[in-house]
Design a protein around this ligand. Structure first.
Ligand SMILES: Cc1ncc(C[n+]2csc(CCOP(=O)(O)OP(=O)(O)O)c2C)c(N)n1
Ligand SMILES: [Mg+2]
Length: 1002
């Protein structure tokens, strides 16, 4: 018996056109296989079959209009006919009912004035206070910390119910989060580790000083790594696992200014030579070391560009999320890999640093560990002179749901804190501000005795038996390998939330008077002989005075215990870090026939290039090689771009699945969140979406899995908004597609000044490995998209694509023969002006303005007897690259026959001046002006956009067909190819207002 496949609930749409029929009679289909694709004026969506069986009859053909309930086909599956089958959707997992209260809560006692009174500062009943504390201590001792926390939570909840105003719980006291008795002990040999650290410190400082001896231009930083050396060393010796054939590797985002420290370690490991260290910041000749982590410049070493402050943290958060995405989609194994991120406390002021911490907590990224090096200083001075950066960050991270571990005090403080029975020491620690803490470390032990302990006689007494030297030795947590180890071990064990370690350190640690904890530390890149000798002595580096004066590096012999220890530790952790490699397999480009439908004319049917691209992505999703690797990324604009069909088809990634029944669950394109969903719907968050794109675009190196990210956004909120991330993507050698949709100053008509993009291509053109296109027709888009897949994901070229897509609907012609090469190179002859003997002109157009150019050519031919060759320019940017390179070659070889640029090859033998127009500023088309000797006129949309109809906007910016005609006539008159009267007449005819102010000035 036959059953019908009919159109399900498609929302408000009626009479929607069938644009593809994906089955034929006799085909065996499975449940959920697509049967037809339908397309409204905004989006296209596949209709899946809800039953399996053999297609008996097709009831529709391309071009038919269908609505909900229309029968598409009949299927023979041996079952009784049913009318129309509506699938009952499986109910999403809804969280279990909230457990009922066990009713044990103590009844509320009526007390006078309990509401909203601030907490008392005085202890009116010390006995009662100590009873409470004793009770707590006894629970901790007898039943453990988990039970104690449970009880406290209960008490706190009860307190809120009773209307108490509780102290601010965003922050905890200014002490270490992990008490000494709970510290996990380091298994390392502290003596050897101390020596290794000393040598690394020395070599890092020496390479900066040496570079500056060569030339003060070279610069560099000593103070940043000096403050962070212990934080890195403990990780390198004990925690960070390298990538090898058994394990994917932890991913470490090193703080940019700490780069010398990483080189210094690599030198001891035998990965870099002293000659290479001598080449620090001298990268022009091969073999030099890059100033900061730049994968583009050191592709086998650095993985993540971090030096533009704030980009590291946001990229790392999305990296951690992307790793979970790959795991949840079943594309990589869950090996417990971690993402560690090293940040400066000053850097935390960047909006990007804190902007995504909510997402990290929401997505339970327990694979993510931030380490903020709180040396209390930024470049000019203290980060929070008047308060405390550690407390401020603790509040922000705790409030967002992170696991916060403060590492403030080193082990020498443990005894003092243990003796502090009244809590006075903690009180003093709490009340000091960072400006004071900075001064304490710059001014010596007696200053600390007087100004820190001296405030209260009891505290002065507490340190009375200590010498000034002893007081000076009271160390900070971030310089104590035991405390750092304990914090890292605790972070590794944490589940269900990301961790931030706030480590207190001293900027320029060990640099003495010239550079320790003083405001100028950050800029200190020169050390004189005296400073160097001090530095050597402070860390006991076994170099003679002469060697110090020569600024020699120190490396113990290969068979020394230090080198053996260091190498052994890395061997146990799987290899060296940082290292960048890729073992990803290529993705075979989908066959040409997948793109065939886009090469044909759409006839009278109109669509936008955005819609064409979305259809291409849908088609590509039918290719088994490509489908799982496609990562569509959208910042809350899927419906604008007609991509809502993806929600059902491939699902939206959600680490917890879908805990609710979506409001539109009956509809075909209902909102479907899924643990293995493929779409990254980032919300209104372009920086986050871009970070996701970078994570996916570099998956081939960080996860050895080639992925194809396609990030679609409003082009105005692309490079302009997240340009620095795009630059970092280039440095990272990300591969993938950036689609600037709703592009063009006059194309996104009604949205106005802040939305209308007339310059994103110029921004894109500055990124050396970004290939950009501004296609007009579906076949151009298809040719470019397929070639992008081939170049990036099959041939593994380290480039990325920026393609603009428009939201203007129009019909698309059939692909002219033999234009593939031209489309990819940047221009091709779309239509040749045939009638010989007439006056000729070369009309160039790109994006939707090409259509104005085509219309102008018709007027020119019909009304003015002027014959135009029409060139579709798919990329002024690519043409310029070719032009520059050719020109350079010719200048370098003055005695050889000059080579022709591609622009020249196209236009050399053509007659007439060149008129080029686009929906971008004139500078876009102007880029090719130097590469032709013909007279050249560029038209574009210089000036601020504004909302109006497309027609009015194109008139305003003078890129409509009428202006193109009038300007062409004027240009021809100037060339004395026609009389100027004709041009004047045309101006009148088209009502061109000569007194109108230049749009860029309006
Ligand atoms: C976006 C950006 N702005 C400015 C700088 C210049 N800069 C380099 S280091 C630095 C100070 C860094 O202070 P902090 O983050 O506290 O790091 P520290 O060196 O103290 O560890 C500044 C402003 C930069 N690298 N990136
Ligand atoms: Mg700092």
């Amino acid at each position: 018996m036959a059953q019908n496949i009919s159109v399900p609930d498609i929302g408000d749409f009626k009479d929607v056109e069938v644009i593809e029929v994906l089955v034929k009679p006799g085909d065996q289909i499975n449940k959920n296989d697509p049967v037809v694709t339908i397309e409204s004026d905004k989006s296209s969506v596949e209709i899946p079959s809800l039953i399996s069986g053999k297609i008996k009859d097709l009831k529709v053909k391309i071009g038919d209009k269908v609505s909900e309930g229309s029968i598409l086909a009949t299927v023979d599956n041996g079952k009784a006919a049913l009318e129309p089958v509506k699938e009952k959707k499986t109910k999403p997992i809804v969280e279990k009912e909230i457990k009922k209260s066990n009713g044990n809560a103590t009844p509320i006692r009526k007390v006078k004035k309990v509401f909203a009174e601030p907490a008392s500062k005085d202890d009116i009943d010390p006995v009662e206070t100590s009873e409470w504390i004793e009770s707590l201590n006894s629970v901790i001792e007898n039943d453990g910390s988990s039970r104690a926390s449970f009880l406290l939570n209960k008490v706190i909840n009860q307190a809120y119910k009773s209307g108490l105003v509780l102290p601010d719980t965003r922050t905890t006291p200014y002490i270490n989060t992990i008490p000494p008795e709970a510290e996990i002990k380091s298994p390392g040999d502290q003596n050897i580790e101390k020596k290794i650290r000393a040598y690394i410190r020395w070599n890092a400082a020496a390479m900066v000083v040496k570079a500056n001896k060569k030339s003060p231009e070279l610069g560099g930083h000593i103070g940043t790594f000096a403050s962070a050396a212990t934080l890195y060393d403990v990780g390198m010796n004990h925690f960070w696992r390298a990538k090898n054939n058994k394990f994917g590797g932890d991913l470490i985002y090193f703080q940019g200014h700490s780069a010398p420290g990483m080189y210094a370690r690599a030198f001891l490991e035998g990965r870099l030579t002293s000659k290479q260290l001598d080449g620090f910041r001298q990268e022009v000749n091969k073999g030099g070391l890059s100033s900061y982590p730049h994968p583009w410049l050191m592709p086998n070493f650095w993985q993540f560009p971090t030096v533009s402050m704030g980009l590291g943290p946001i990229m790392a958060i999305y990296q951690a999320r992307f790793l979970k995405y790959l795991i949840n989609r079943g594309l990589v194994k869950d090996e417990g890999r971690k993402i560690w991120v090293f940040l400066g406390d000053g850097e935390m002021d960047e909006p990007e640093s804190l902007g995504a911490i909510g997402l990290a907590a929401r997505e339970k990224l327990d694979n993510l560990i931030f380490v903020v090096n709180c040396n209390l200083q930024r470049l000019d001075g203290p980060v929070r002179g008047n308060s405390k950066i550690i407390q401020e960050l603790e509040g922000s991270f705790r409030g967002s749901g992170w696991n916060v571990i403060k590492v403030i005090w080193g082990s020498y403080w443990d005894q003092l804190l243990a003796k502090d029975k009244t809590g006075l020491l903690i009180k003093r620690m709490n009340e000091c501000v960072d400006g004071e803490y900075q001064a304490f470390k710059a001014k010596g032990g007696s200053y600390v005795r007087e100004n820190f302990f001296g405030k209260y006689p009891e505290l002065k007494e507490l340190v009375s038996s200590m010498t000034d030297k002893d007081i000076w030795r009271l160390n900070r947590g971030g310089h104590d390998p035991h405390k750092v180890y304990a914090a890292y071990a605790a972070a590794m064990q944490n589940t269900g939330s990301p961790t931030v370690i706030l480590a207190k350190t001293i900027k320029g640690y060990g640099m003495g008077k010239t550079g320790e904890s003083v405001n100028t530390t950050h800029q200190q890149k020169k050390l004189d002989e005296e400073d160097l000798l001090y530095y050597r002595d402070r860390f006991k580096v076994p170099l003679t005075d002469k060697q110090v004066k020569n600024i020699e590096y120190y490396k113990p012999k290969e068979d020394s215990e230090e080198i053996k220890y260091l190498k052994d530790k890395r061997l146990k952790l799987g290899g060296f870090i940082p290292a960048r490699s890729s073992f990803a397999k290529q993705i075979k480009t989908p066959p040409k026939d997948i793109f065939e439908p886009f090469m044909k004319s759409t006839g009278v049917k109109e669509m936008s290039t955005t819609m064409a691209l979305v259809r291409m992505m849908t088609a590509v999703l039918r290719d088994k090689n490509v489908a799982p690797r496609l990562v569509p990324i959208i910042p809350d604009e899927a419906r604008t771009f007609g991509m809502e069909g993806f929600f059902q088809k491939i699902g939206i990634y959600a680490h917890e699945g879908q805990k609710y029944e979506p409001v539109d669950s009956e509809q075909l394109s209902s909102y479907r969140e899924d643990k293995s969903g493929q779409v990254l719907e980032e919300g209104i968050n372009e920086s986050g979406a871009m970070s996701s794109w970078i994570a996916a675009g570099t998956s081939y190196t960080n996860h050895d899995l080639e992925m194809i990210p396609v990030y679609i956004f409003y082009s105005m909120f692309g490079f302009q908004r997240v340009g620095d991330l795009a630059w970092a993507a280039g440095d990272s050698q990300a591969r993938g597609f950036l689609i600037g949709a709703t592009a063009g100053r006059t194309t996104l008509a009604g949205e106005g000044l802040q939305h209308q993009d007339g310059h994103s291509h110029l921004l894109a053109s500055n990124i050396p490995n970004c290939i950009s296109y501004d296609p007009t027709f579906a076949y151009e888009m298809a040719t470019i998209f397929r070639d992008g897949l081939r170049r990036m994901h099959e041939k593994k070229e380290n480039v990325f694509y920026y393609i603009t897509a428009m939201n203007e609907n129009y019909s698309h012609p059939e692909k002219p023969k033999g234009c593939d090469e031209g489309i990819l190179k940047g221009m091709y002859l779309f239509k040749e002006g045939k009638s010989t003997g007439k006056t000729k002109v070369q009309l160039l157009g790109s994006g939707t303005i090409l259509r104005e150019v085509i219309a102008a050519s018709e007027i020119l031919s019909k009304d003015y007897n002027i014959d135009a060759d029409i060139w579709s320019v798919t990329s002024f940017n690519e043409l310029r690259k070719n032009g520059m390179e050719t020109e350079r070659q010719n200048l370098l070889n003055p005695s050889e026959k000059p080579k022709k640029s591609y622009v020249k090859k196209c236009l050399d033998k053509r007659d007439g001046p060149i008129i080029a127009a686009s929906d971008y500023t004139r500078a876009f088309a102007d880029q090719i002006r130097p590469y032709t000797e013909k007279s050249f006129y560029a038209f574009g949309t210089d000036g601020y956009g504004r909302s109006d109809t497309r027609k009015n906007l194109r008139k305003f910016f003078e890129v409509d067909k009428e202006h193109i005609v009038a300007f062409t006539l004027s240009a021809l008159a100037k060339e004395q190819l026609i009389g100027s009267k004709d041009a004047e007449k045309a101006m009148k005819k088209f009502k061109i207002d000569k007194d109108k102010i230049f749009p860029a000035k309006l």
